[in-house]
Write a protein of this length. Structure first.
Lengths: 163, 406
């Protein structure tokens, strides 16, 4: 179970604002954490506590294919990202690197709400509002990638894709 | 019931007929990664237990995003790519080769009917060649390096029909911006876009590439053009959509009277007519990128700037999309004209579009750019404002020192 407090962001948060292009060319993943959300929310590092949850509106992660975007969020300690729907490359990337992401269309989660997330079941309980949300079901192949902790482990085990 | 272009191409590569909404595993005809995405892809490939590439002839490495290296950190990533290419006998397109999408087209690494996957979000650019071209991240790419395959959900398709005779001052970029305005930045998420209509049939390959390129700004999985009117320097068998193909949406837009289009800060779908912003002072003009760095884009700008000089206080930075484009533009005098007009030619590659080097704007600067994204901080400085327009609009604005409709 994932448990944490939420930080709310709006619609169409692009990957440039999650991690700017000038910081992406590195294999030092911890350096990504230093600059995550820098152009979007300069106060991010002051208020963010490891394990907190990012909650957005529509189309979180639009723009670039940079896997450094979900990596930066994972590196800083984001436990889960919830969006009404995700941009497709960001969504695949997050699942592939083992960052929990859930789509909850029409959610009403607010800043500071405390959530209990049962990721594999796709259930989210909002403790602040005493309310449960059902996330959009992941496709079978994605769920199997999640169960292995990411695509690297999945392919280490299965050698090729299975549907 | 018929099939869309996407369903036809994916069916052929899945070995069975697949329709929108189905999951499938498809064989990949070609894939690529750049200096932003390749280092992580190589790392993931090795972590997956990868020893040798599934097919070294189908894998391409392109050093384009920060080339030549602006610092030691990136220089070492470039070295890693070169060493991996050497070790695997894979194709490496080193600095100066150009932007990955253009390099793939120039070198015939992607062809009609192909499934082509790139670790770069603008991979739909190659949809102009009647291929299924789709962007992914590094680890998905690593999986293709290892298995030669990718899993995909067959996307539903939105048909965008652009009808009418294109006015003289309207290019593929104006059409792309106009479509962004209508569909918005999330309007084609998880879907394919098929461009069709009489205006599209008039477009040459370069203009079709500009149109497909910005499918990424719609959130689309791919963008393809009806191949009617497509001319390539080799013979090919075009893939057409069936007449009775099923579309999630059909959008009809008349572009016969379209005026030049402009995306204003900070989103590519915040699109207006250029003339509404005529007179907005600029200090920096960028001509280049995978959207608009091709020979006809450069020639269009040269035609406007021939015998003239850009306005005082304006910098015009020009990045030809590939070495081939640069050589062609040198051979016909285009480059000389642009330099004489005050333009600065930089290395073939992504240049300042990704905000890493070669022309980061200063605080408070206003930029007119022929690229595809104007998100806050995109060009490396969150305190600069970026407007997006066609090469015509960029050249006119550089000439007058303010946003100017062509």
């Amino acid at each position: 179970m994932i448990y944490g407090s939420t930080h709310i962001y709006g619609d169409n948060i692009d990957t440039d604002r999650i991690i700017a292009g000038k910081y992406t060319k590195t294999l030092d993943i911890s350096s990504l954490a230093t600059h995550v959300m820098e152009d979007l929310d300069p106060s991010f590092h002051k208020k963010f506590v490891k394990g907190d949850i990012i909650v957005a509106g529509d189309n979180f992660g639009c723009g670039s294919s940079r896997e450094q975007a979900p990596m930066a969020l994972k590196a800083v300690g984001v436990s889960c990202v919830i969006s009404k729907f995700f941009a497709r490359i960001f969504f695949r990337n997050a699942i592939n690197i083992g960052l929990p992401v859930l789509e909850i269309p029409g959610h009403d989660i607010q800043e500071g709400d405390v959530l209990e997330i049962y990721f594999e079941q796709g259930k989210v309980f909002n403790k602040t509002k005493s309310k449960t949300y059902n996330a959009t079901q992941l496709s079978g192949v994605m769920m199997n990638i999640v169960k292995e902790g990411g695509l690297v482990n999945y392919l280490k085990k299965y050698k090729t894709y299975q549907i | 019931m018929g099939l869309t272009i996407t369903e036809k191409i994916l069916s052929k590569h899945a070995g069975r007929e697949v329709k929108a909404g189905e999951l499938c595993i498809v064989s990949v005809d070609g894939c690529m990664a750049t200096d932003t995405t390749a280092p992580l892809a190589i790392k993931s490939f090795k972590e997956m237990g990868g020893v040798s590439l599934h097919d070294k002839n189908k894998f391409h490495l392109i050093i384009d995003h920060a080339a030549p290296a602006p610092n030691e950190r990136i220089a070492n990533l470039h070295q890693l790519m070169r060493e991996f290419a050497d070790e695997q006998g894979a194709n490496l397109f080193d600095i100066g080769s150009g932007i990955c999408h253009q390099v793939m087209v120039d070198n015939r690494k992607v062809k009609p009917g192909d499934v082509f996957i790139g670790a770069d979000s603008h991979t739909p650019t190659c949809g102009a060649l009647n291929a299924f071209a789709c962007g992914v991240g590094s680890t998905d790419l690593a999986a293709i390096m290892l298995t030669g395959k990718i899993w995909l959900k067959v996307p539903h398709t939105i048909k965008v029909k652009l009808n009418g005779t294109l006015p003289m001052n309207i290019s593929g970029k104006d059409l792309a911006l106009f479509v962004c305005k209508h569909l918005t930045i999330s309007g084609a998420t998880y879907q394919a876009v098929e461009y069709d209509g009489s205006a599209v049939q008039q477009l040459n390959l370069s203009q079709r590439m500009a149109l497909c390129n910005m499918s990424a700004e719609l959130g689309a999985k791919t963008g393809l053009v009806n191949p009617i009117g497509l001319k390539l320097p080799y013979s090919f068998s075009p893939v057409f959509a069936d007449e009775k193909a099923t579309y999630s949406k059909i959008i009809d837009l008349n572009v016969g009277n379209l005026k030049p289009q402009l995306a204003i800060p900070d989103s590519p779908d915040d699109v207006h007519e250029v003339m509404q912003f005529n007179g907005t002072k600029i200090t920096y003009a960028f001509l280049g990128s995978c959207t608009n760095g091709r020979l006809d884009d450069l020639k269009t700008a040269a035609k406007i700037l021939k015998g003239k000089h850009i306005a005082k206080g304006v910098r015009l930075v020009i990045a030809p999309a590939s070495r081939q484009v640069l050589m062609d533009a040198l051979a016909d005098g285009t480059i000389q004209t642009l330099i004489a007009a005050g333009g600065t030619i930089i290395n073939s590659g992504c240049g300042p579009c990704v905000g890493t080097h070669e022309g980061v704007p200063g605080d408070g600067e206003v930029v007119i750019s022929s690229a595809n994204r104007n998100f806050k901080g995109r060009m490396g400085n969150p305190n600069a404002k970026i407007y997006l327009g066609s090469p015509e609009t960029v050249a006119m604005s550089a000439l007058y020192g303010c946003i100017t409709a062509p």
